[in-house]
Structures are given as structure tokens and as C-alpha cells.
Design a protein around this ligand. Structure first.
Ligand code: GCV
Length: 703
């Protein structure tokens, strides 16, 4: 018996375990390909010796490189890159067309649309091939990432027949980066794209970002702020932007830009930017033509107009459809898309007017324009009718534009949800919105509307404000990357559950130890509820400083101004009356079924009560508590649960690398302290307003 054998194996396992705990910065995100410990030997036997790419292209080369890198890192095996299909075990990369030429058994009848992929194992004469088949080159890349994700999560790849098609063609990311390198609502450092009014010389991070985006199926990225600097379109900038497109291209991520509607005047030297003026239209055509000369695969533009002080068509008495179409027509011959943001509202609303309601603005403005937008225009609608609050109902506009392409706008950057200093995993919130049934002619969940399925629209999908920065962790908190991952996964397949997504992300980011997976997933899944509990109760919105940083607690700031994020709290009660019967009529913007749900107190869910109704503090919720006691209790519970997150994290000490362990621990301790500040500020504020003491005697004691 060879006594050395087991010793070597044990040593190897120990070393492999140790190496998986090496200090990590988080820069690799979920693509760290940590060595797989345990079970690796048998799996290594099933992994091929070679990778064959049936064609060459930038994207296929990325897929091949990624495969070699991923297998080497997870399984310690270096694949040989071969040109031809030979009689050996190999991974084969190609589109359906490519693969069928070599593997007759592959049917072409499977519905493999653009960007889709099919992972399929085939055996011939004792040899095995792992086919990674794409609907196009991008699909091959996505299939490669899916294949590697399985291995990294310790799932078998022995027998595969897995076909996936993305939910919608538009799966974009947006950055609110300014040309000077700052980022509006960015909490992960300065821009990876811009500095000092120019594109950065070193775009390494831009390429790495594109790799992360591609790994979750994101196919375009708008890199500059929607409060767009018109200089982005001057001729000098184009070659610089082309460099960003070059950095993105190997990963199948197309470049997009945000543009200012006033550009024909601001940088074009025209006297008008009236969308119906022929000179303005010509200017857009020529400008777009120049963009495509430099960047042939350019994705399109995002436009914020007539919003928060931006220029817009209203200056000429024109509509959003006029504005969108003039740019869309310039993009059309090149295959470009125009994303027009529905975030249009008056931020000088009259606070005294009880019928005034910011939540109604988008529907009131856009619903009459349904059917007037060109086919390459997509209306980009924020998930709720206000502005990325911790809790909002799904925007009624989703159900109101049957003849218009739609996309949902989400926010990975946690503007109102803790700004990456607090843990707040947003997938459960996004799922609630995506699954929400608008009940327009039968069952019409929001996700199917934006996918374009409900009304058979040619385009539709998703765009999220991400705002990564130069910080090594990208977003400023190692756990915040779960939101970027979740966004990509949901844009790919909105039917995936938050539980699946959080477990996947945790395995990829922190390893497959079951205690680690259970602990971190559990923390992620409870975090939105916890954050909501100590910030904004019962649908009142995040009770932060509305007019400032959107971070600290400041319920007062919601009121007495024109921004319209009012909660209408006085000595007797709280909440916006948005009913049809006595309120602003907002609820009337939904279908009759949804109206029924929200219009009466009896049927309105507690979690949105104060969004829909004004009620006395003594009103008794479905839970049996009064509104005021719920506010007190939820803030105290939320504060305690935030402290609980620290303790949960401590359970996994020594089971993940120390660097990320310590960094997250410090952030969670900070969050627990901030949660107490929130708790005391909000609870005391309501105590002073209502004069009703806390039944449990805590509020006002400042303990
Ligand atoms: C880019 C919110 C943010 C603004 C942002 C705006 C928008 O109001 O606070 O910073 O502007 O939304 O989405 O356009």
C-alpha cells in the first residue's frame, strides 16, 4: 500500500482550501473562478483537453480565452486551443450554423434566438464534445459564462442539454458619469471612463467592466450622465468614445450615450433645437452618421428631456414623441435605438394643492402619446411613479402604452436605499414590480409588458443605473455587487427567483461552503426588508433628505417644497390620499382590477398604505397594529435586525478570506449604528407630530 498517496491528497486539499481563502479585493466580482475543493479530482476527469472555436471573431476569442482562464483557475487544468474538430474530447464553440456543419445530430429546429445559447454534450465513437452553441457570437460568449458558472458553483457538466434565450433584446446598463470624472449618485469612486473632461487614457477597467456585464448578459452600456453634457457629441470626442467602444466590443457590449435634446444649439451652432425644424433634424442625421462612421456597432441614445431643468420639446410646444422621433429617425438607418425616459414631472408643484401629485405626472404626460412613437423608440420607465424609493407600487404607465415599446429602469446604485453603505439586496423588490399584474386585458405582469410579449412589440427590455467606479470593489461595498449580478440575471430571465440568484451569486463570490452560502444568501434576502423597516414604513417612501444627499434621515424635508415626495404628515394622520374618490385620482391610472385593490382601505396592502391613503395614526392595519405603533415597532425591529446582520456575518469568520470578511464586517457595524440614528430620528419625529406615546415605552428615551 502506498502510504504517501493519502498524505499527498490531504495536503493538496488543505493547500487548495488555503488558496481559496487568499486575500481578495473583490475586483474580480463573481468571476473569480476560485479553485474547486473536494470532488475536483473526479470532475477533472470529465473535463476535456482542448477548446475548439469554429470561427474567429473578437467575441469568440473572448469566449475561448475565458474558458481557458476559468478552467485553469477552478480545476487547475490548461486547455489546449485547437483549430479543427478532431477525434478527442473537447469543448466546441460556435453558432448554430457553425456547429451543424460538424455535428449533424444538432437539430436546427430548436428556438435559439439572438444572444441565446445551448449547452449540449454529444458523444461520438467514445469521444465527448461539450458544445457551446450560440444564436450569434454573443450567445456563444454567454453560453461560455454559463458553463463556467456551473463549474464554479460545483455543478456537474457531464450531461448537458440546456437551452436559454434572453427575455428581451434590450438589456442595458447606464452610468451617470460626468465628463470631469465625477458620477451623479455614484458611491464606488470616480468614473472608469472619464477624467478631466476627456475619456481616460487607460481603459483597462472599462474592459473589465464589460466582461462583468457580459457574464450576466448585458449587451449595451450608456456611459455618461442622463443629465447630459452636450459636449459628448462634439467631433473631438468621437475618437475618444470609439476607444471605449473598442474596449467593450470583445465582450459583446455595445456603446450607448446619453444626449441632451438641446445639442443642435449647444454644440451644433443652430438657432433652434425644435424637433420639427428641418435644420435640427438634419443636424441629428449628420451627427449620428459621424458616430456610426467611427462606431459601426453603436447601440443608441438615452434622452432625459423636460425633466428636472433639462431642455425639452415643451420649449417649442412639441411633444416627447416629436423629440424622440427626430433622433430615432437619424438612428434608424444604422439600426440604433432611442431610449426616451418617462421621468418627466414638474418639480415646482404647489404643495398647498391637495390634488397635485407627482406620481401622476408620467402617465398624464405619456399616455396620450401612445402609438405616436417610432418603432425604434423605447419608453424607459422607472419601476415606480416617484423615484427609486425603498417601496413604491409599479408605475401605472407600464399598463398604459400598448402601442409603444417599453423598458423598465432599475437602479443598482443605491441612491435611496443606503448608498452602498447599507446592505440592501434589491432583487426581491425588483421581483415584486416585475411580477406585479397590471391586469390590462387579462393577466399582464409587468415583466411580460417590458419584454414586449404582452402587446407583441418589436423591442423592449431593461436598463439599470449602475454607477460603478474606480473603487476596487466597483460599487463601494463587496456585497453590493449582488445587485449588479441580480440585475443582469433578472434582465435575462425575470422568472428566476431571488433565492436562486442570491445563492448563485454567493457561491460564485464567496465559495461553495454550505454555511457561507446559507448565511450570506439569508442576509441578502432579508436586507431589503430590514432597510425598509428603519427608513420608510408602509409605503411612505425613503424618509431621507429629499433635497440633499438622499442618505440621512430627514422626514421634514419631504414636505413644504415643490418636489412632490410628500407624505402629508400632521398631528392627526399621515399619507398621500391618492384615491379616486377623495384624493389625487392617481389610483385611477391603473386598470379596474388594480384600482379595486388600492382604492379601499380594506383591500390596500399595508406595505403601500401610506402611498395610497391618508389615515389617522390610530388607524388599525391588517396586521392588527395601529399605524403609529407599526411605525415605532418597525423602526425598533429594523434597528435590531441591522445589528443581527453583524452577528450573522460573524458566523462565517474564517470561512471566507480575511480581507473581504473584515471589510464587510466594518460596513455592517457602521450600518447597525446608522440604523439606530434612523430609528431614533424617524420614531421621534412621528412622536412629536402625533403626540401618541409608544405602547412599549421606547420612543423618546433615546436609548
Ligand atoms: C440623473 C433622481 C436623482 C437625480 C437623477 C434623476 C434622474 O432625481 O436624484 O440625480 O438625475 O433622478 O433619474 O434623472
Amino acid at each position: 500500500m502506498n502510504l504517501l498517496g493519502p498524505t499527498v491528497v490531504v495536503l493538496a486539499v488543505v493547500l487548495a482550501g488555503a488558496s481559496s481563502l487568499r486575500a481578495e479585493t473583490g475586483a474580480e466580482g463573481w468571476l473569480r473562478y476560485a479553485p474547486i475543493v473536494g470532488g475536483a479530482v473526479s470532475r477533472r476527469g470529465t473535463i476535456p483537453d482542448a477548446v475548439i472555436s469554429l470561427r474567429n471573431s473578437d467575441v469568440l476569442n473572448s469566449a475561448k480565452g475565458e474558458l481557458i482562464r476559468g478552467i485553469a483557475s477552478t480545476l487547475g487544468k490548461r486547455l489546449r486551443a485547437e483549430q479543427n474538430v478532431s477525434a478527442e474530447n473537447a469543448v466546441v464553440l460556435g453558432t448554430l450554423e457553425d456547429v451543424r456543419r460538424h455535428f449533424r445530430e444538432i437539430e436546427s429546429s430548436r428556438p435559439l434566438g439572438p444572444d441565446g445559447f445551448w449547452l449540449r454534450t454529444v458523444r461520438n465513437g467514445g469521444k465527448k464534445h461539450w458544445l457551446i452553441i450560440g444564436g450569434n457570437d454573443r450567445g456563444v460568449l454567454y453560453g461560455t459564462f454559463a458553463f463556467l458558472s456551473r463549474i464554479a458553483r460545483d455543478r456537474s457538466v457531464d450531461d448537458l442539454d440546456d437551452l436559454e434565450t434572453p427575455s428581451a433584446p434590450i438589456r442595458w446598463a447606464s452610468q451617470w458619469d460626468n465628463l470631469d470624472g465625477s458620477i451623479e449618485r455614484g458611491y464606488g469612486g470616480r468614473s472608469i471612463f472619464f477624467d478631466n473632461d476627456a475619456v481616460r487614457g487607460d481603459l483597462t477597467r472599462a474592459g473589465q467592466y464589460a466582461r462583468l456585464l457580459a457574464s450576466v448578459g448585458i449587451n449595451a452600456c450608456a456611459i455618461n450622465n442622463v443629465n447630459a453634457d452636450p459636449r459628448i457629441l462634439i467631433a473631438d470626442f468621437l475618437p475618444q468614445l470609439a476607444r471605449v467602444a473598442d474596449a467593450f466590443r470583445p465582450w459583446g457590449v455595445k456603446l450607448a450615450l446619453s444626449v441632451d435634446l438641446g445639442s443642435p444649439v449647444a454644440v451644433g451652432g443652430l438657432k433652434t433645437f425644435d424637433p420639427l425644424d428641418s435644420a435640427a433634424a438634419e443636424w441629428w442625421k449628420e451627427t449620428v452618421h459621424e458616430v456610426y462612421k467611427r462606431i459601426p456597432d453603436f447601440a443608441g441614445f438615452v434622452v432625459k428631456a423636460d425633466s428636472e431643468g433639462r431642455s425639452g420639446p415643451s420649449q417649442y410646444g412639441r411633444t416627447a414623441a416629436d423629440a424622440a422621433n427626430v433622433i430615432a429617425r437619424a438612428l434608424k438607418p444604422h439600426g440604433g435605438i432611442l431610449m426616451y425616459r418617462a421621468f418627466v414631472y414638474n418639480h415646482h408643484l404647489d404643495w398647498h394643492d391637495m390634488k397635485a401629485d407627482r406620481a401622476k405626472a408620467a402617465y398624464d404626460y405619456f399616455h396620450p402619446l401612445d402609438g405616436k412613437f417610432d418603432d425604434n423608440v423605447v419608453l424607459q420607465i422607472k419601476y415606480g411613479p416617484i423615484d427609486f424609493q425603498v417601496r413604491e407600487p409599479a408605475s401605472p404607465l407600464f399598463g398604459a402604452m400598448q402601442h409603444t415599446n417599453e423598458a423598465i429602469e432599475l437602479q443598482v446604485t443605491q441612491e435611496y436605499t443606503g448608498q452602498q453603505r447599507h446592505l440592501c439586496f434589491l432583487a426581491p423588490m425588483w421581483k415584486q414590480i416585475l411580477d406585479f399584474d397590471m391586469h390590462v386585458n387579462g393577466a399582464t405582469p409587468t415583466k411580460e409588458i417590458v419584454e414586449g410579449k404582452t402587446w407583441r412589440r418589436p423591442l423592449g427590455g431593461f436598463n439599470a443605473v449602475v454607477n460603478v467606479g474606480l473603487d476596487e470593489t466597483w460599487l463601494g461595498h463587496p456585497l453590493a455587487m449582488a445587485n449588479l449580478y441580480a440585475y443582469g440575471r433578472l434582465a435575462w430571465n425575470p422568472d428566476q427567483s431571488s433565492e436562486e440568484i442570491s445563492a448563485e451569486w454567493t457561491r460564485l463570490t464567496f465559495g461553495n461552503n454550505s454555511q457561507v452560502v446559507a448565511t450570506i444568501s439569508g442576509m441578502l434576502l432579508s436586507s431589503w426588508h430590514i432597510y425598509e423597516s428603519y427608513t420608510g414604513p408602509l409605503g411612505a417612501g425613503t424618509l431621507t433628505d429629499i433635497v440633499g444627499s438622499h442618505y440621512q434621515p430627514n422626514p421634514d424635508s419631504a414636505e413644504h417644497n415643490g418636489w412632490g415626495q410628500w407624505i402629508r404628515a400632521d398631528s392627526q394622520g399621515v399619507g398621500m390620499d391618492r384615491t379616486i374618490t377623495t384624493g389625487t385620482g392617481y389610483i385611477g391610472q391603473y386598470s379596474p382590477e388594480v384600482q379595486k385593490k388600492y382604492e379601499t382601505l380594506a383591500s390596500c396592502p399595508d406595505e403601500l398604505l401610506l402611498f395610497m391613503h391618508h389615515v389617522p395614526y390610530t388607524y388599525v392595519l391588517h396586521s392588527g397594529k395601529t399605524v403609529i405603533q407599526h411605525i415605532y415597532d418597525s423602526h425598533y425591529d429594523g434597528g435590531a435586525e441591522a445589528a443581527g446582520l453583524v452577528r450573522q456575518w460573524e458566523w462565517i469568520r474564517g470561512k471566507i478570506d480575511d480581507q473581504r470578511y473584515e471589510e464587510v464586517l466594518n460596513k455592517l457595524k457602521y450600518q447597525a449604528g446608522e440604523a439606530i440614528v434612523w430609528r431614533d430620528t424617524v420614531a421621534n419625529w412621528f412622536f412629536q407630530k402625533s403626540g401618541i406615546p409608544d405602547a412599549k415605552g421606547r420612543v423618546g428615551r433615546m436609548s
